[in-house]
Design a protein around this ligand. Structure first.
Ligand code: ZN
Length: 223
């Protein structure tokens, strides 16, 4: 029997996946968070994920994916590769990890099926397209079909953030009552600084731009 009362959230401890976790907590009776240890440079990311799950009493599983880093070293996993300040025009930025979402979602699906769960939630977004091919809707739909065929099962990969920008992501978190959790407990900074981050890396800039615009919108609405 299909279990539609529970869901698996692919959870990194960053802004987007934490917003998805909050979203899922409202929608499902029980939520499982799955994180991946791929020797990311900033172990703090996993610590943030752990802390957030603890706060919300979410069952949290961390899977070892260190092989991914051996096969596809990149600026998020290696100290000697600097994160691109600006993405190149015709190629993904060097913070892109080949195969990451494919691998993560596949393992999340295997995990979900063992529990009879079909719904898998991921915070990928095509709106603030940063050049990551595995964040595109067409990839998610294609993988969903492939996973269904591979396990003869009807998975439903759900992407609450696919078509919304960072302003709307902040708004969603706020409406779900999680503004402070996102602002203070998540890590999105490429330099590994929690909360508002370093302010200079591409990820911090994107996050701050969205936050400033959201706060402005909110303040204007209140006047
Ligand atoms: Zn930063």
């Amino acid at each position: 029997m299909k279990n539609k009362e529970e869901a698996v959230v692919v959870f990194s401890g960053g802004q987007d996946s934490t917003t998805c976790l909050l979203w899922a907590m409202k929608k499902y009776k029980k939520v499982y968070a799955v994180s991946f240890d791929y020797n990311q440079r900033h172990k703090l990311e996993l610590e943030c994920a752990k802390e957030i799950c603890k706060k919300f009493d979410i069952e949290h599983t961390i899977m070892d994916m260190s092989l991914l880093n051996q096969l596809a070293p990149n600026s998020l996993t290696r100290d000697d590769i600097k994160v691109d300040e600006n993405a190149p025009k015709d190629a993904p930025p060097n913070s892109f990890v080949d195969g990451r979402n494919l691998v993560f979602l596949t393992f999340a699906a295997i995990f979900a099926k063992q529990k009879g769960i079909t719904d898998i939630i991921t915070g990928v977004s095509q709106s603030d397209f940063s050049g990551y091919p595995d964040c595109r809707d067409v990839f998610i739909k294609s993988l969903n079909t492939t996973l269904n065929l591979s396990m003869d099962y009807e998975f439903d990969i759900i992407t609450p953030l696919m078509w919304i920008d960072k302003i709307a992501t902040w708004e969603m978190a706020d409406k779900l009552g999680g503004f402070d959790v996102i602002r203070n407990m998540t890590l999105t900074c490429y330099n590994g600084i929690k909360g508002d981050g370093c302010g200079n890396c591409p990820s911090c800039k994107l996050r701050k731009k969205g936050l400033d615009a959201y706060l402005l919108k909110k303040n204007n609405a209140q006047v």
